[in-house]
Design a protein around this ligand. Sequence first.
Ligand code: ATR
Length: 272
Amino acid sequence: MSEIKKYAVMGNPVSHSLSPQIHQFFGEQCGIRLEYRAILVETGRFKSAVRQFIDEAGNGLNITVPFKQEAWQLADLRSNRAELAGAANTLMFEENGNIFGDNTDGVGILRDITNNLGRPVADAKVLVIGAGGAVRGVLGPLLDDGPSLIHIVNRTASKARELETVFGEFGPCTSGGLDDIGDAPYDIIINGTAASLQGKIPDLPASIFTDQSLAYDMMYGREQTPFLVWAGENGSGLCSDGLGMLVEQAAESFYIWHGVRPETKPVIQALR
Ligand code: ATR
Protein backbone atom coordinates (compact mmCIF):
# COMPACT_ATOMS: atom_id res chain seq x y z
CA MET A 1 0.00 0.00 0.00
CA SER A 2 1.28 3.48 -0.86
CA GLU A 3 2.74 5.69 1.82
CA ILE A 4 0.30 8.17 3.39
CA LYS A 5 1.14 11.71 2.27
CA LYS A 6 1.18 14.50 4.83
CA TYR A 7 -0.51 17.87 4.54
CA ALA A 8 -1.59 20.60 6.94
CA VAL A 9 -2.99 24.11 7.20
CA MET A 10 -0.94 26.65 9.15
CA GLY A 11 -2.48 29.79 10.61
CA ASN A 12 -3.29 31.73 13.76
CA PRO A 13 -6.01 31.17 14.77
CA VAL A 14 -6.53 27.85 13.02
CA SER A 15 -8.60 25.60 15.28
CA HIS A 16 -11.84 26.66 13.51
CA SER A 17 -10.44 25.68 10.08
CA LEU A 18 -12.62 23.37 7.98
CA SER A 19 -9.67 22.50 5.70
CA PRO A 20 -8.79 19.19 7.45
CA GLN A 21 -12.39 17.99 7.02
CA ILE A 22 -12.56 19.18 3.40
CA HIS A 23 -9.33 17.45 2.37
CA GLN A 24 -10.38 14.22 4.11
CA PHE A 25 -13.66 14.33 2.14
CA PHE A 26 -11.74 14.87 -1.10
CA GLY A 27 -9.25 12.09 -0.27
CA GLU A 28 -12.05 9.58 0.38
CA GLN A 29 -13.87 10.65 -2.78
CA CYS A 30 -10.73 10.23 -4.94
CA GLY A 31 -9.35 7.13 -3.22
CA ILE A 32 -6.24 8.98 -2.02
CA ARG A 33 -4.96 8.24 1.48
CA LEU A 34 -3.72 11.36 3.21
CA GLU A 35 -3.13 12.93 6.59
CA TYR A 36 -4.21 16.58 6.99
CA ARG A 37 -3.77 18.50 10.24
CA ALA A 38 -4.31 22.06 11.49
CA ILE A 39 -1.12 23.56 12.91
CA LEU A 40 -1.25 26.67 15.11
CA VAL A 41 1.85 28.80 14.46
CA GLU A 42 2.99 31.60 16.74
CA THR A 43 3.84 34.99 15.21
CA GLY A 44 7.49 35.08 14.14
CA ARG A 45 7.69 31.27 13.98
CA PHE A 46 6.25 30.69 10.51
CA LYS A 47 9.48 29.91 8.66
CA SER A 48 10.75 27.48 11.28
CA ALA A 49 7.34 25.78 11.46
CA VAL A 50 7.47 25.17 7.69
CA ARG A 51 11.05 23.85 7.91
CA GLN A 52 10.00 21.47 10.68
CA PHE A 53 7.05 20.24 8.61
CA ILE A 54 9.38 19.60 5.65
CA ASP A 55 11.82 17.74 7.96
CA GLU A 56 8.91 15.55 9.11
CA ALA A 57 8.41 14.56 5.44
CA GLY A 58 5.41 16.86 4.89
CA ASN A 59 4.27 17.11 1.26
CA GLY A 60 2.30 20.33 1.14
CA LEU A 61 0.71 23.11 3.16
CA ASN A 62 -2.23 25.44 3.03
CA ILE A 63 -1.53 28.80 4.59
CA THR A 64 -4.15 31.02 6.15
CA VAL A 65 -4.27 34.34 8.02
CA PRO A 66 -1.85 35.93 8.90
CA PHE A 67 0.94 34.07 7.10
CA LYS A 68 0.02 34.22 3.38
CA GLN A 69 2.53 37.01 2.63
CA GLU A 70 5.30 35.21 4.54
CA ALA A 71 4.51 32.04 2.61
CA TRP A 72 4.84 34.01 -0.63
CA GLN A 73 8.28 35.25 0.47
CA LEU A 74 9.39 31.76 1.45
CA ALA A 75 8.51 30.21 -1.93
CA ASP A 76 11.44 29.64 -4.32
CA LEU A 77 9.07 29.45 -7.30
CA ARG A 78 5.60 30.95 -7.68
CA SER A 79 2.68 30.67 -10.07
CA ASN A 80 1.75 33.82 -11.98
CA ARG A 81 -1.45 34.20 -9.98
CA ALA A 82 0.47 33.98 -6.68
CA GLU A 83 3.05 36.44 -7.99
CA LEU A 84 0.33 38.98 -8.67
CA ALA A 85 -1.58 38.31 -5.46
CA GLY A 86 1.55 38.93 -3.36
CA ALA A 87 0.38 36.08 -1.15
CA ALA A 88 0.44 32.28 -1.22
CA ASN A 89 -2.19 29.99 0.31
CA THR A 90 -0.71 26.76 -1.07
CA LEU A 91 2.84 25.42 -0.78
CA MET A 92 4.19 22.29 -2.39
CA PHE A 93 7.56 20.81 -1.47
CA GLU A 94 9.40 19.53 -4.51
CA GLU A 95 11.86 16.64 -4.47
CA ASN A 96 14.79 18.91 -5.37
CA GLY A 97 14.12 20.93 -2.21
CA ASN A 98 12.35 23.85 -3.89
CA ILE A 99 9.22 25.31 -2.34
CA PHE A 100 6.51 26.09 -4.92
CA GLY A 101 3.94 28.73 -3.90
CA ASP A 102 0.51 29.18 -5.43
CA ASN A 103 -2.64 31.13 -4.62
CA THR A 104 -5.95 29.35 -5.21
CA ASP A 105 -8.25 31.91 -3.52
CA GLY A 106 -9.05 33.73 -6.77
CA VAL A 107 -10.06 30.64 -8.74
CA GLY A 108 -11.93 29.54 -5.61
CA ILE A 109 -14.23 32.57 -5.56
CA LEU A 110 -14.54 32.58 -9.36
CA ARG A 111 -15.68 28.93 -9.51
CA ASP A 112 -18.07 29.40 -6.61
CA ILE A 113 -19.71 32.41 -8.22
CA THR A 114 -19.82 31.04 -11.77
CA ASN A 115 -20.29 27.26 -11.29
CA ASN A 116 -22.04 26.90 -7.92
CA LEU A 117 -24.09 30.10 -7.85
CA GLY A 118 -24.60 30.28 -11.61
CA ARG A 119 -23.67 33.95 -12.00
CA PRO A 120 -21.26 34.75 -14.85
CA VAL A 121 -18.44 37.15 -14.02
CA ALA A 122 -17.88 37.66 -17.76
CA ASP A 123 -19.52 40.98 -18.77
CA ALA A 124 -20.76 41.58 -15.22
CA LYS A 125 -20.43 44.88 -13.38
CA VAL A 126 -18.67 43.99 -10.16
CA LEU A 127 -18.23 45.99 -6.95
CA VAL A 128 -15.42 44.82 -4.67
CA ILE A 129 -15.41 46.26 -1.15
CA GLY A 130 -12.07 46.23 0.66
CA ALA A 131 -8.45 46.51 -0.40
CA GLY A 132 -6.53 44.24 1.98
CA GLY A 133 -4.78 40.94 1.38
CA ALA A 134 -8.03 39.03 0.84
CA VAL A 135 -9.08 41.29 -2.06
CA ARG A 136 -5.62 41.43 -3.60
CA GLY A 137 -5.67 37.62 -3.73
CA VAL A 138 -8.79 37.41 -5.89
CA LEU A 139 -8.67 40.36 -8.31
CA GLY A 140 -6.44 38.69 -10.94
CA PRO A 141 -8.63 35.61 -11.58
CA LEU A 142 -11.83 37.73 -11.45
CA LEU A 143 -10.43 40.11 -14.10
CA ASP A 144 -9.28 37.14 -16.20
CA ASP A 145 -12.94 36.16 -16.61
CA GLY A 146 -13.75 39.40 -18.44
CA PRO A 147 -16.11 41.50 -16.27
CA SER A 148 -17.32 44.75 -17.87
CA LEU A 149 -15.96 46.59 -14.80
CA ILE A 150 -14.52 45.95 -11.35
CA HIS A 151 -14.97 48.98 -9.10
CA ILE A 152 -12.81 48.61 -5.97
CA VAL A 153 -13.85 50.70 -2.95
CA ASN A 154 -12.25 50.86 0.46
CA ARG A 155 -12.62 52.77 3.72
CA THR A 156 -9.05 54.00 3.08
CA ALA A 157 -9.43 55.07 -0.56
CA SER A 158 -5.67 55.24 -1.25
CA LYS A 159 -5.37 51.45 -0.79
CA ALA A 160 -8.10 50.86 -3.39
CA ARG A 161 -6.24 53.17 -5.77
CA GLU A 162 -3.04 51.17 -5.28
CA LEU A 163 -4.89 48.01 -6.32
CA GLU A 164 -6.31 49.76 -9.37
CA THR A 165 -2.74 50.70 -10.34
CA VAL A 166 -1.51 47.10 -9.99
CA PHE A 167 -4.49 45.32 -11.59
CA GLY A 168 -5.64 47.93 -14.13
CA GLU A 169 -3.49 46.39 -16.85
CA PHE A 170 -5.43 43.10 -16.60
CA GLY A 171 -8.90 44.50 -17.18
CA PRO A 172 -11.28 47.40 -16.60
CA CYS A 173 -10.77 48.63 -13.01
CA THR A 174 -11.78 51.80 -11.20
CA SER A 175 -11.42 52.66 -7.52
CA GLY A 176 -12.41 55.02 -4.74
CA GLY A 177 -13.62 55.43 -1.20
CA LEU A 178 -16.83 53.97 0.26
CA ASP A 179 -18.62 57.18 -0.76
CA ASP A 180 -17.45 56.91 -4.42
CA ILE A 181 -20.16 54.51 -5.51
CA GLY A 182 -22.91 56.56 -7.12
CA ASP A 183 -26.49 55.33 -7.46
CA ALA A 184 -26.16 52.69 -10.18
CA PRO A 185 -26.58 49.05 -9.14
CA TYR A 186 -24.06 46.23 -9.62
CA ASP A 187 -24.50 42.63 -10.81
CA ILE A 188 -22.09 41.19 -8.25
CA ILE A 189 -21.15 42.83 -4.95
CA ILE A 190 -18.26 41.20 -3.08
CA ASN A 191 -17.49 42.08 0.53
CA GLY A 192 -13.78 41.44 1.05
CA THR A 193 -13.42 43.57 4.19
CA ALA A 194 -12.82 42.32 7.69
CA ALA A 195 -15.89 44.27 8.89
CA SER A 196 -17.99 41.11 9.38
CA LEU A 197 -15.43 39.90 11.92
CA GLN A 198 -16.30 42.95 14.04
CA GLY A 199 -20.04 42.39 13.50
CA LYS A 200 -20.12 45.52 11.31
CA ILE A 201 -21.06 46.37 7.74
CA PRO A 202 -19.17 48.79 5.49
CA ASP A 203 -21.02 52.09 5.19
CA LEU A 204 -22.59 51.79 1.71
CA PRO A 205 -25.77 52.88 -0.11
CA ALA A 206 -28.44 50.18 -0.51
CA SER A 207 -28.88 51.27 -4.15
CA ILE A 208 -26.03 48.89 -5.14
CA PHE A 209 -28.46 45.93 -4.90
CA THR A 210 -31.26 44.77 -7.21
CA ASP A 211 -33.37 41.61 -7.28
CA GLN A 212 -30.92 40.32 -9.91
CA SER A 213 -27.73 41.01 -7.96
CA LEU A 214 -25.49 38.59 -6.10
CA ALA A 215 -24.18 39.78 -2.74
CA TYR A 216 -21.15 37.71 -1.80
CA ASP A 217 -19.26 37.79 1.51
CA MET A 218 -15.80 36.21 1.42
CA MET A 219 -16.28 35.40 5.12
CA TYR A 220 -18.42 32.57 6.39
CA GLY A 221 -19.69 31.48 9.75
CA ARG A 222 -22.46 29.55 11.44
CA GLU A 223 -24.65 32.63 11.34
CA GLN A 224 -25.37 34.70 8.21
CA THR A 225 -22.81 37.57 8.15
CA PRO A 226 -24.09 41.10 8.96
CA PHE A 227 -23.28 42.17 5.38
CA LEU A 228 -25.48 39.43 3.90
CA VAL A 229 -28.34 40.12 6.32
CA TRP A 230 -28.21 43.75 5.26
CA ALA A 231 -27.95 42.86 1.54
CA GLY A 232 -30.99 40.56 1.81
CA GLU A 233 -33.02 43.20 3.65
CA ASN A 234 -32.15 45.69 0.91
CA GLY A 235 -33.34 43.57 -1.96
CA SER A 236 -30.31 41.64 -3.24
CA GLY A 237 -31.73 38.72 -5.23
CA LEU A 238 -29.10 36.23 -4.14
CA CYS A 239 -26.82 36.25 -1.08
CA SER A 240 -23.93 33.89 -0.41
CA ASP A 241 -21.18 33.53 2.15
CA GLY A 242 -17.66 32.30 1.36
CA LEU A 243 -18.06 28.61 2.27
CA GLY A 244 -18.18 27.60 -1.40
CA MET A 245 -15.06 29.66 -2.06
CA LEU A 246 -13.31 27.83 0.78
CA VAL A 247 -14.18 24.44 -0.70
CA GLU A 248 -13.26 25.53 -4.24
CA GLN A 249 -9.85 26.92 -3.21
CA ALA A 250 -9.23 23.65 -1.34
CA ALA A 251 -10.15 21.68 -4.47
CA GLU A 252 -7.60 23.64 -6.51
CA SER A 253 -4.91 23.01 -3.85
CA PHE A 254 -5.87 19.32 -3.93
CA TYR A 255 -5.42 19.36 -7.69
CA ILE A 256 -1.98 20.98 -7.38
CA TRP A 257 -0.87 18.32 -4.87
CA HIS A 258 -2.54 15.19 -6.27
CA GLY A 259 -3.24 15.97 -9.94
CA VAL A 260 -6.92 15.03 -9.46
CA ARG A 261 -9.92 17.38 -9.38
CA PRO A 262 -12.38 16.42 -6.66
CA GLU A 263 -16.10 17.10 -6.87
CA THR A 264 -16.95 20.08 -4.72
CA LYS A 265 -20.76 20.16 -4.61
CA PRO A 266 -21.23 17.14 -2.29
CA VAL A 267 -18.60 18.57 0.07
CA ILE A 268 -20.26 22.00 0.18
CA GLN A 269 -23.60 20.28 0.88
CA ALA A 270 -22.12 18.12 3.62
CA LEU A 271 -20.58 21.15 5.34
CA ARG A 272 -23.82 23.13 5.18
P1 ATR B 1 -7.35 40.78 4.97
O1 ATR B 1 -6.06 40.04 4.78
O2 ATR B 1 -8.43 39.96 5.62
O3 ATR B 1 -7.81 41.43 3.72
P2 ATR B 1 -6.41 43.32 5.88
O4 ATR B 1 -5.31 43.29 4.87
O5 ATR B 1 -6.11 43.80 7.27
O6 ATR B 1 -7.04 41.90 6.06
O7 ATR B 1 -7.60 44.20 5.25
C1 ATR B 1 -8.80 44.39 5.94
C2 ATR B 1 -9.78 45.12 5.02
O8 ATR B 1 -11.03 45.29 5.70
C3 ATR B 1 -9.33 46.51 4.63
O9 ATR B 1 -9.83 46.79 3.35
C4 ATR B 1 -10.03 47.38 5.70
O10 ATR B 1 -10.20 48.73 5.34
P3 ATR B 1 -8.98 49.79 5.63
O11 ATR B 1 -7.97 49.56 4.56
O12 ATR B 1 -9.62 51.13 5.53
O13 ATR B 1 -8.46 49.48 7.00
C5 ATR B 1 -11.35 46.69 5.76
N1 ATR B 1 -12.11 46.92 7.01
C6 ATR B 1 -11.86 46.42 8.24
N2 ATR B 1 -12.81 46.83 9.11
C7 ATR B 1 -13.70 47.58 8.42
C8 ATR B 1 -14.92 48.28 8.75
N3 ATR B 1 -15.42 48.26 10.00
N4 ATR B 1 -15.57 48.94 7.76
C9 ATR B 1 -15.07 48.98 6.50
N5 ATR B 1 -13.94 48.35 6.13
C10 ATR B 1 -13.26 47.66 7.06
